[in-house]
Structure formats: C-alpha cells, structure tokens
Design a protein around this ligand. Structure first.
Ligand code: AHR
Length: 322
C-alpha cells in the first residue's frame, strides 16, 4: 500500500460512516423549522445543517417563529421551488392535510422531524423521525416514583406548546406512570411554551399558589429550558431546587448537566438533536433505490442523572449548537 493510500484508509476508518452519493449531492431539501424556543431546537437546526453538509445536500431552512401559518407558507414556497423533499417539524399536530396534499400532488416526499401530526392519511408523509414521547413521560414519571418511594409527593408540571404532539404525549406518559402510585399527586399543570422565560413565570405562579412552594415536592417540565427557568424561580423563592423541590425534565441540553453539577436538577430524558441525519439517509435510499422506509424511525430516550458524569456529558454536547 502506498503512503497516500494508507493515509486515506486510516482517515476513512476514523470518519463515522455517512451515506453519501451522487444523488445526495444533487438533492435540495426544504426544512420548515419551528423556531428557536429552546436550546434543543437551536441544536437541532445546527446539527441539521452539518448533517446536510456531510452528505453534500443543499438544505434550505425556513424559520416559522412558532406559527403554523408560517410553516404552511414555507411548505407552499418549497413546492413552488420544486425542492426534492420537504422536512417538517410540525409545531402542532393537527391541520396539515391540505398543504401536505399539495406536496403529494407535486410528488415531493415529506419527512416529519421530532413531532408527529394527526392525520387519517399516513401517505401524506414518507416517514417520521421522532422519539417515543409517551415513553419519555413514562421514564420521567418512573424515575420520580422510584426516588420518592412511599413519601407523599405533590407534583407541578410545565407543559410544552399546547397542541404539540410531544406536549400531549409527555403529559400522557407521565400521568400514566404516576397513576400507579397513590402517594404521587399532580396538583398543577400549565403550559410554559417550551421557553425558559415562560417556565420561570409559570413556576412563580405555582410557588405563590402553593404556600411559597412548601406544598410542592417535585417539578416535571416537558423540556430542560423550562426546568432551568423553574430552577431560577425556586431559588428566588428561597427554596433549594433539586432538594426541597425535585426537578425532572426532558432533552438533556448542556445547561441541565450544569444544574446537575450544582445539585439543582435531578434527572433528564435525552432527546437527540440529530433527527435530520436518519431522515437524509432514508431519503437517499428512497431516491436512489426506491427503498420505502418504515413509517416511524424511532430515536432513543436515555435517562440521565447526576451520577452519569455530568461534566463529561456537558463537554461532549456543548459544541453542538445548543
Ligand atoms: O419537539 C421537541 C421539543 O421541542 C423539545 O423537547 C423542546 O425543547 C423543543 O422545543
């Protein structure tokens, strides 16, 4: 083997396998992204760009600023531009049939990223790359049950965006899990829109209504950003988050690992920001060989607690665009 060839072989062994091809390099994908409500969302946008780059795919991102009407406009614009595929992170679950029929008529495959839609016509999208968000809620609820044991525990909940599949499902899963434990009671539940600011504001109102927080044993937030806002509110109320009030949430963003390190948060369920990578691979196989992907490409939901080397995880995540 020549020196050049062995260098190429060594580099190939170091580089993680990424499906790339002449077809990939000719693809233009339009991505209707929700906005930038959370650290997780920022990372998803950033990872989507780098996954497109790895495969030489042209990615056009439209930021909908949390509005379904903007997403519908963006999809229509992608159809008019004749893109090769559309990625959609649907802000809410309902109301997509008409616009997705337009994409279908134009023979443009649609792939759902990170959230689901409600439709009777599953042929409106090629596949959905999402986690099992009911399971995420179950994991959070089971963690809480295990950690409070038989002690009575009043829980307050910060829900995600109203009408979003992940908010509905994370609530459902958590409610199902704690229903098995008569000592755990959900006493307040309200949307915090997946943002830090709203998470803090709603938690302040929960604390006021619940004897300055003394009636609350745990806070469950549908994402880490709301949990970080809640932690601030709990501290300002003179209580210790992570001790006086347990904090469990979802996403595994770097800031929650910082909160683990200072003892202010107790558990998180990871949602990978890499939804686009598996979506690109499914799309390439579909375009190249006509391979129809499964209707659901499920991503992992791993539980992390402060015993999982938070510094190491923080370091591994902080460059990902969170
Ligand atoms: O749809 C995924 C959710 O959207 C994330 O958990 C949350 O942080 C984001 O805003």
């Amino acid at each position: 083997m020549t020196l050049r060839k062995s260098l190429v072989a060594a580099l190939a062994a170091l580089t993680p396998f990424v499906a790339t091809s002449a077809i990939a390099a000719s693809l233009t994908v339009g991505f209707s992204q929700i906005g930038s409500e959370s650290g997780w969302r920022a990372a998803e946008t950033s990872v989507s760009k780098s996954e497109a780059q790895k495969r030489n795919i042209t990615l056009k991102i439209a930021d909908a600023q949390q509005k379904q009407e903007n997403q519908i406009k963006a999809i229509r614009s992608f159809v008019a531009q004749g893109v090769d595929a559309i990625f959609l992170a649907p802000v809410v679950a309902t109301g997509w049939d008409a616009v997705l029929n337009e994409a279908k008529d134009a023979k443009i495959p649609v792939i759902l990223l990170d959230r689901d839609i409600e439709t009777a016509n599953k042929s409106l999208y090629l596949t959905a790359v999402t986690s099992d968000s009911v399971h995420e809620g179950v994991v959070a609820g089971e963690w809480l049950a295990k950690n409070v044991g038989s002690k009575p525990c009043n829980v307050v909940e910060l829900q995600g965006t109203v009408g979003a599949s992940v908010a509905t499902n994370r609530k459902k899963g958590f409610d199902e899990a704690i229903a098995k434990y008569s000592n755990i009671k959900m006493i307040r539940s309200q949307t915090g829109d997946f943002t830090r600011a709203k998470g803090k504001e709603v938690t302040e109102s929960f604390l006021k209504a619940e004897n300055g927080g003394k009636n609350i044993c745990a806070l469950y937030a549908h994402n880490d950003d709301m949990a970080v806002g809640a932690i601030q509110a709990i501290k300002e109320a003179g209580l210790k988050p992570g001790k006086d009030i347990l904090v469990v949430s979802i996403d595994a963003v770097p800031d929650i690992f910082k909160a683990f390190m200072s003892g202010e948060a107790n558990a998180t369920v990871e949602l990978t920001p890499n939804m686009a990578g598996p979506a690109f691979d499914a799309l390439i196989a579909f375009k190249e060989k006509g391979t129809v992907p499964p209707k659901w490409i499920q991503t992992d939901s791993k539980l992390y607690t402060p015993t999982d080397d938070p510094q190491k995880i923080y370091d591994s995540k902080k460059g990902l665009g969170y």
